[in-house]
Design a protein. Sequence first.
Length: 199
Amino acid sequence: MQTLIDILFYLTLVSELLLLLLILISIYMPSRRFWPPPGKWSMEYNLIWSLTFISIGGIITLALLTWDTYLLSNWLLKPIGFVLIVLGNALAIWGLRELGVYASSGLEYKLVTTGPYKYTRNPQYLGDIIVLIGAILLVNSFYVLVTSILGIIIFGLLPFAEEPWLREKYGEDYIKYCNRVPRFIGRIRRTNDERLFPR
């Protein structure tokens, strides 16, 4: 059983590290970007989503196989983790419903500023980060801790890969939206501040 857990852990870790590398390439070399992908079923699209599914599936399977095997065995953390998972999923699903599956896949659609997008520019990523924090607390596993921390870093960096592309696609409307609504959490601005770079 331990061999299976180790193989799964390293497979998940490698998938996440490759995702992280592709996102960093997208941030620092936009002409070679992987996220957002250039089109549906492109090599970039297939690679990003294959690695994403391997990573998510790996974290879930590791959670089931290594439940409550680490240092954080505190009964109080379990309900907090469970509540965070429920809240994070609710926010991510709300964002998915508002934006749609097509645009959530990283494909061009239209600028959405309604629903949860009125309060955060990245409700799906924020929801995923909250879910991963909840998983760390609920599952109490070294394997889930490491892979979830990497997942949090990935979801935290994704907006930096997307924002230049969104500015290019939606121009002034997106810049104004960025000036009003925080990247993740923060104060909603009601001014006509026309800064050139989003927060």
